[in-house]
Design a protein around this ligand. Structure first.
Ligand SMILES: *[C@@H]1O[C@H](CO)[C@@H](O)[C@H](O)[C@H]1NC(C)=O
Ligand SMILES: *[C@@H]1O[C@H](CO)[C@@H](O)[C@H](O)[C@H]1NC(C)=O
Ligand SMILES: *[C@@H]1O[C@H](CO)[C@@H](O)[C@H](O)[C@H]1NC(C)=O
Ligand SMILES: *[C@@H]1O[C@H](CO)[C@@H](O)[C@H](O)[C@H]1NC(C)=O
Ligand SMILES: *[C@@H]1O[C@H](CO)[C@@H](O)[C@H](O)[C@H]1NC(C)=O
Ligand SMILES: *[C@@H]1O[C@H](CO)[C@@H](O)[C@H](O)[C@H]1NC(C)=O
Ligand SMILES: CC(=O)N[C@H]1CO[C@H](CO)[C@@H](O)[C@@H]1O
Length: 609
């Protein structure tokens, strides 16, 4: 049998995979005191050579291989110090997999819907006063926005819940401003409240299948919070109930959480009547655990589970001045015949972590438990028996950095965008935002910008978000591209072909061309067409000029969503070469990024929506 080119390539790839030491981005710190002292800033970040994306940098305070379960971590860091907030997927080693600058994002999760997995999240303005007004996104495996859902009945869609049910419907929360008689709580007879509301929506039509309002079923005196100076006007309505989670069971009934009633309520899915309260002033359960099953407060994220059990994140804290007890994850058993509640498991950190708002508790498939601490940029993972396994920081609490929930899920990402490439001297850096199946990066050379064939140069295993690849020193100048292969050697995608001169002092950057709809694309296509493949820097500059000229062609939303958004500034005030690193190569890395940023990155602030 003759030896064919693919076979030769295969052998070469195998050979280089064995020989080459692969470098990636830095990855997490490990028990770094400097990190927690703020030496790397309140929002320690990772920047890359091939991409303008800014990734998070974690600090593993405690780590166990038991947390490596192949699942991805889903979070959405936001707050004053977060550069370009948005949904974020990390791999089990703490490296970035995907992010996009959507603005303040909540409730990132993966749900099956009609047989396909979707990345789901809420985006909008969260400055309304403890809640939000925005839309709910469902992205498919290629990160296309397949559904963008709004609350029905012209109400504002809130950030606290976005839950796809097994009935293929969506559960969402709403804070609706309505007039209310507040005399029972020493308020105005003609007062105003944010009514705790939820809807079940038909995802295809956006129609409400069910709607429920707290003010129809709760008394204002049931709350553990008085109006505290609010409620007198439409400017400051009283957020009396603070609904923050909704789940639905197989009977078609709902479980909701009210932060200010310190209660979970089980709601009849046809009439809306309350079947029972767990916790709070109208608690209907006998507590078999000496009070600990029903004494939760300011809790979040209540979920049904099998065998008549539920989980919730018990904040047990409402910030300074109120009780600040250790936040805990609670797994409860409810007997609805005998109306008893019992603690099955409690999960908390041995040193007190007390989170005054937000948070999540997830039962993982292997019975481990994941807690997100909401207000505090931390997550912890526990063995089923309560032993703490992993403890991770993703910023400093002083930096106002938080993620509403932190969850884990399996995910397969197949972006329609191309991988990004940067080449400098004899090193290439390649990344592919959102791709989960690349196992090998293969570097290929061509002698013209419109080649008939490519010559294999080297290949390395993918590592981290950005893989750094040494180019063989005997490679001749010419044109380079990097091809991503999956575990069985199939080509998943290729970077642009870039002109490569190893003696050049300027890095060559081949950034992907995001797929856009509408008027913007023609300008862009023309631009890249006339630019040719060689002068990526020139193209980027021309793009910038064109953007300044033609930016008005795009709607504000387009500008925010697609590729014309300004390249993120290199965050130069963080010294990434300091501190204890698990990977990476320090000085030269930063120099290179500095060069890329100087030549490419636009220095323009983009305000948050
Ligand atoms: C408001 O509530 C108070 C007592 O709860 C009642 O006396 C009063 O009539 C109510 N006002 C209106 C306009 O319903
Ligand atoms: C609300 O208060 C009224 C009058 O005090 C009482 O009759 C009613 O049962 C209460 N409702 C709930 C849900 O506690
Ligand atoms: C029950 O809780 C009380 C205080 O809440 C405590 O004094 C008592 O020791 C507890 N009993 C048991 C059996 O844990
Ligand atoms: C439910 O309870 C049964 C009997 O106690 C047990 O065998 C089963 O493993 C439980 N299921 C789950 C998911 O915990
Ligand atoms: C709890 O689980 C951990 C991790 O799986 C294990 O190492 C430990 O021995 C267990 N502890 C008890 C008391 O069972
Ligand atoms: C690699 O991609 C090919 C083509 O899409 C597919 O048939 C194959 O199953 C993939 N291999 C793995 C390991 O996913
Ligand atoms: C266990 C716990 O945190 N209990 C507290 C719940 O919140 C209420 C209201 O702030 C407190 O009174 C409880 O002590």
């Amino acid at each position: 049998m003759p030896i064919t080119m693919p076979m030769l390539d295969g052998l070469l790839i195998l050979f280089t995979l064995i020989v080459v030491r692969v470098q990636a981005d830095h990855g997490p710190y490990f028990r770094s005191a400097e990190y927690d002292e703020g030496k790397f800033g309140e929002w320690p970040t990772e920047t890359y050579r091939s991409s303008a994306i800014v990734g998070p940098r974690l600090n593993y305070l405690q780590y166990s291989d038991e947390c490596k379960d192949g699942l991805y971590t889903l979070m959405a860091p936001r707050g004053g110090k977060v550069v370009n907030p948005g949904p974020m997927i990390l791999d089990q080693d703490g490296h970035l997999v995907w992010t996009k600058h959507y603005g303040p994002t909540y409730n990132l999760n993966v749900y099956p819907y009609k047989g396909q997995d979707y990345l789901t999240f809420w985006v909008g303005t969260d400055g309304v006063g403890g809640h939000g007004e925005g839309a709910y996104y469902m992205l498919d495996a290629s990160y296309r926005e397949v559904y963008k859902i709004h609350a029905a009945n012209h109400l504002p869609g809130d950030l606290h819940e976005f839950h796809i049910t097994k009935d293929n419907t969506a559960l969402i929360t709403i804070y609706d401003m309505v007039p209310a008689n507040l005399t029972s709580v020493d308020g105005l007879e003609e007062g105003w409240i944010w009514d705790g509301t939820f809807q079940e929506l038909d995802i295809e039509t956006g129609k409400a299948l069910f709607q429920w309002r707290a003010s129809d079923h709760f008394n204002f005196t049931d709350m553990y919070r008085t109006p505290e100076g609010t409620g007198d006007s439409t400017r400051y309505p009283w957020d009396f109930f603070h609904i923050n989670s909704v789940d639905k069971d197989t009977h078609g009934n709902y479980l909701i959480s009210s932060r200010y009633a310190n209660t979970l309520a089980y709601i009849n899915g046809r009439t809306g009547a309350i079947i029972w309260h767990l916790g709070g002033k109208n608690n209907d359960f006998h507590d078999l655990s000496n009070g600990t099953a029903t004494s939760f407060s300011w809790q979040h994220h209540a979920r049904f589970h099998s065998n008549s059990t539920i989980t919730l994140f018990d904040n047990a804290s409402r910030g300074p001045g109120a009780p600040e007890l250790p936040s805990r994850g609670l797994h409860l058993h409810l007997n609805q015949d005998k109306m008893t509640a019992q603690v099955l498991h409690e999960y908390h950190h041995p040193d007190t972590i007390s989170s005054q708002s937000q948070g999540s508790m997830q039962l993982l498939p292997d019975k481990k438990v994941l807690l997100g601490y909401g207000h505090i940029p931390t997550w912890t993972e526990y063995a089923h028996n309560g032993t703490l396994l992993c403890h991770t920081h993703f910023g400093l609490p002083t930096g106002n950095i938080m993620s509403y929930r932190v969850l884990k899920a399996p995910w397969i990402g197949r972006p329609i965008t191309a991988p990004d490439l940067s080449v400098y001297h004899y090193t290439a850096a390649v990344s592919w935002n959102g791709a989960t199946e690349v196992v090998t990066w293969s570097v290929e050379r061509a002698s013209s910008p419109t080649p008939k064939s490519y010559v294999f140069l080297t290949a390395v295993p993918k590592s981290g978000f950005e893989t750094v690849i040494p180019i063989p020193p005997d490679a001749e100048p010419g044109f380079l591209r990097v091809v991503g292969l999956n575990a069985t050697g199939h080509v998943l995608g290729s970077t642009k072909l870039v002109r490569w001169d190893p003696d050049s002092e300027e890095p060559v950057v081949g950034r992907h061309d995001e797929v856009v709809e509408g008027g913007a694309s023609s300008v862009r296509e023309l631009l890249f067409f006339i630019g040719g493949v060689g002068g990526a820097l020139g193209i980027a500059f021309a793009g910038w000029v064109l953007y300044r000229r033609y930016g008005s062609l795009l709607s504000a939303e387009d500008r925010e969503r697609e590729g014309w958004q300004p390249l993120d500034r290199f965050n130069g005030d963080e010294d990434l070469s300091d501190g204890e690193m698990m990977d990476g190569e320090g000085q030269e890395y930063d120099e290179w990024k500095g060069r890329v940023s100087n030549s490419l990155y636009r220095d323009e602030d983009e305000g948050l929506p």
